[in-house]
Design a protein around this ligand. Structure first.
Ligand code: DC
Length: 225
């Protein structure tokens, strides 16, 4: 079986879910375990929001956001076993997690033209590596043909608790509402995704459950480390 969209033999495991559901931690662990590249697609939307805000543009001004995206150089690459991202040569680093970016990122990510450009960049990763990609629409839109799809969820209370432990201001309910109700590629569990509620689970348990499902669906174990 050749599950990807590119005609090569690289595989993609899609990990979708709402903010602070634990998808980043488990995507990181899973990619390390399998020797796959971990790509966090949310970083791309965050980098655009960061650049937009830095330029004094309102995140809600869709036309200005589209224009801005056409003017900047967003480079998504790989260094060693890590995915990298720069905007006009700058790595925004921890600024991508600031409360300002948290507040603006859902607005920029609901613009269809923005999604077209960033989804194309996300798909390019599969040309060069086996990947674990996390986001909101990876199983539903970016790689709908992959047989390996997971939707990682947790109650709003648990997710808010996780964020506050990180010391980050993040209005999860507001982001959930925009991410889930936008017209283009809303946050949704693909019909064929395995849904895992992590509210009462440890990271190890989530990882074990994903690996179990992968093996059941015929995933080749040869690459596992
Ligand atoms: O995963 P995250 O919380 O870092 O994502 C930040 C925002 O980016 C999220 O609120 C919605 C958007 N996003 C998206 O629309 N599609 C994706 N595949 C990933 C993120």
């Amino acid at each position: 079986m050749n599950p990807d969209l590119t005609g090569n033999n690289n595989r993609v495991i899609a990990i979708d879910g709402p903010a602070a559901s634990g998808k980043s931690s488990v995507s990181e662990r899973l990619s390390r375990h399998l020797g796959f590249l971990h790509v966090n697609s949310g970083i791309m939307y965050r980098a655009l929001a960061w650049s937009v805000l830095r330029s004094g543009i309102h995140a809600e001004d869709a036309r200005a956001v589209i224009r801005h995206l056409g003017e900047i150089q967003m480079d998504c690459g790989i260094s060693g076993d890590k995915a990298t991202l720069t905007v006009d040569g700058i790595d925004p680093g921890s600024e991508l997690k600031s409360s300002e970016v948290n507040a603006g990122v859902s607005a920029v990510s609901q613009v269809a033209e923005v999604r077209d450009v960033l989804v194309a960049k996300q798909r390019e990763y599969l040309d060069v590596a086996d990947i674990v990609m996390e986001g909101r629409d990876i199983g539903s839109v970016v790689f709908p043909d992959t047989p390996y799809k997971f939707f990682i969820d947790a109650s709003i209370e648990i997710r808010a608790l996780r964020r506050s432990k990180e010391g980050i201001v993040d209005n999860l309910a507001a982001r959930d509402a925009i991410d889930s109700n936008r017209a283009v590629s809303p946050l949704v569990a693909a019909d064929d995704a395995v849904v895992i509620d992590t509210s009462d689970m440890t990271l190890e348990q989530v990882l074990a459950e994903i690996l179990d499902h992968l093996h059941q669906s015929g995933f080749n174990q040869l690459n596992e480390k």
